[in-house]
Design a binder for this molecule. Sequence first.
Ligand code: HEM
Length: 219
Amino acid sequence: MKAVMAVTGLILVAFLLMHMFGNLKLLLNDGGVEFNAYANILQNLFYPVLPHMFFLWCFRILLTAAVVLHIWSAVKLADRRHRNVGSKRYTTRRYMEQSYAARTMLWGGIIIVLFVIMHLLQFTAQVLKFGYKTGSKLDPYHAVLAGFSQWWVVLIYFVSMVAVCVHISHGFYSAFTTLGANTSPKARSVLLILSWIVAALLFVGFMLPPFLILFGVIG
Ligand code: HEM
């Protein structure tokens, strides 16, 4: 169960790093040429060998499977931990430390799920039209510009990115521990530093475009 959680978590971190680097194309400030081209390439990857959108849908199915398995293993582990309360294996201090980390991960996870639902409705389905009112869909670049020219949208993203990065800084370390990499005090320090680097990189990389758009540097 823990291995499922670790592997799916690392798949999701890989997706986030890719997504964050893709978003940094916004910094080119070229009127969205590169950013829209990148969104287009994802839709047409391996076309015409594969049908239009085929690769993107395979990718979406893989991502959804990873999210479902990640949440499922988290629920199973939380249930097991709950049933172990009072068992002789747990000292009070250890139980308190574990339950604090578990509670932080649980609440962070809930905020992330709510954020992803909002995010997909905003950018993929464009049902939530933040910052514009037209009936038709905007291209990804203009939808991003419209959204992040609203301070409250940037605030929602800021809070969500804090949740994503706190979740990842703990999850990344935990995943590698589960997979057997935490073998010595030195390995522990390296893992701790790496997990903070990945979380900080994601935070800065994701939040840079929204702030630059809000302050009129991009667009
Ligand atoms: C400021 C940060 C972010 C920006 C500007 C952003 C921007 C976008 C845009 C424009 C799309 C739509 C692409 C298209 O339809 O062509 C998208 C899709 C998506 N984003 Fe984000 N994103 C951000 C953060 C995140 C985070 C933190 C997550 C996950 C926790 C995430 C998960 C997704 C997913 C799952 C999709 C759907 C991909 C697909 O089309 O299958 N995004 N994002």
